[in-house]
Design a protein around this ligand. Structure first.
Ligand code: SF4
Length: 354
């Protein structure tokens, strides 16, 4: 069934073949201030040269440890913070050139992890959802709010007049989703949007997100640390480590055979019911390096069991492989010219040597 467009939906300018969002070489560094004069004493490298595309109609999952730059990337994407460097292109129009920040924010909405802190405690559910459409001059904000409440499974007659403290966590997150959708966005960024929910409620919200994507023709960027949830909802997955993209590819390919040692260790750390997969050896040792002073070369070399001298001096670039060339990893193992002792070995589709 063709999705029914909402009134005031932004037009699809570039057609289905053009990516909805292209990020090129995004960088964001934050100053650390100290001393009695509050001068800058250091710089946190939160996001360093991140490039990726989000295709129309897909769900792109973003995974990685805490502090790897997932949420900063999301905030850059939605225009909440300006990048120090790099380009954001939304449906063929570059932010700051042909596209204003206001237009970008109209086309991309975000749902945050904390459903309670995201809502104004003084506004009813209906007023919260209608607020965005009203101040952006969209058609019939109250009707939109009620339509969205019905779509996310909140009966308007029961919930319209309620306040956030009168609802459960799952119901509040449905309000946040309805509030984002009431703006008729093209892309929704879900930043750990189901992480704080009980497992049964989490499953309901994930199914709801899948239905809404199909019915409204939406595109999602889904940020999570839960690899099972990402597998369930995503078409492609992007893995970040210390502010950089280390692997990206179709979910089935990445989950079947991880090409980057960091991704492989994340998967090895997943709890498993299979006794053959249980081990007393920790898949990953040590803490991530300090983002104030990230290591030279490959940023993972301080924790990688396949690291060799070249890894400490030369930064690996993202290389594609496989028949579709859709699976990419940034690791010297995949560069035959690098001189890494494992490079050139037949590592796919079996994954990394164990
Ligand atoms: Fe490990 Fe070297 Fe690959 Fe980095 S480049 S992940 S240190 S093998």
């Amino acid at each position: 069934m063709t999705p029914e467009p909402l009134p005031d939906t932004l037009p699809d300018i570039g057609g289905p073949a053009q990516p909805l969002v292209t990020c090129r070489d995004l960088r964001k560094h934050f100053p650390v201030k100290g001393g009695i004069l509050g001068r800058q004493v250091a710089t946190v490298h939160a996001v360093d040269g991140v490039s990726f595309e989000v295709r129309k109609g897909e769900t792109l999952g973003i995974v990685g440890e805490s502090g790897c730059g997932k949420s900063t990337t999301a905030r850059l994407l939605i225009g909440l913070i300006p990048p120090d460097q790099g380009e954001i292109i939304f449906d063929g129009r570059q932010l700051g050139e042909e596209l204003s920040l206001r237009e970008l924010r109209r086309g991309i909405q975000m749902v945050f992890q904390d459903s309670y802190a995201s809502l104004n405690p003084r506004l009813t559910v209906e007023d919260s959802i209608a607020f965005g459409p009203r101040i952006n001059g969209l058609d019939r904000p109250v009707e939109r709010a009620r339509d969205m409440m019905a779509r996310v499974g909140l009966e308007p007659a029961r919930f319209a007049g309620r306040y956030p403290h009168e609802m459960s966590g799952g119901q509040r997150q449905r309000v946040n989703i309805a509030r984002a959708l009431a703006m008729s966005p093209r892309l929704v960024v879900l930043d750990e949007a189901v992480s704080a929910l009980d497992k049964s409620v989490e499953a309901q919200v994930l199914n709801l997100l899948n239905e809404l994507r199909r019915d409204l023709g939406l595109t999602y960027v889904f940020i999570s640390h839960d690899l099972n949830v990402v597998r369930y909802i995503s078409d492609r997955v992007l893995v970040m480590y210390l502010g950089e993209v280390v692997e990206i590819g179709p979910v089935d390919e990445v989950y079947a055979a991880q090409a980057h040692p960091y991704t492989a260790s994340l998967f090895a750390a997943m709890p498993s019911m299979d006794p053959d997969r249980r081990t007393l050896v920790p898949p990953l040792s040590g803490d991530p390096p300090n983002p104030i002073d990230p290591p030279a070369g490959c940023r993972f070399h301080t924790r990688c069991r396949y690291g060799e001298p070249i890894c400490a001096t030369t930064k690996p670039v993202l290389r594609s492989f496989g028949e579709s060339r859709a699976h990419c990893a940034a690791c010297h193992i995949h560069d035959p010219a690098s001189g890494h002792s494992l490079s050139g070995k037949d590592f796919m589709p079996q994954g990394l040597p164990r």
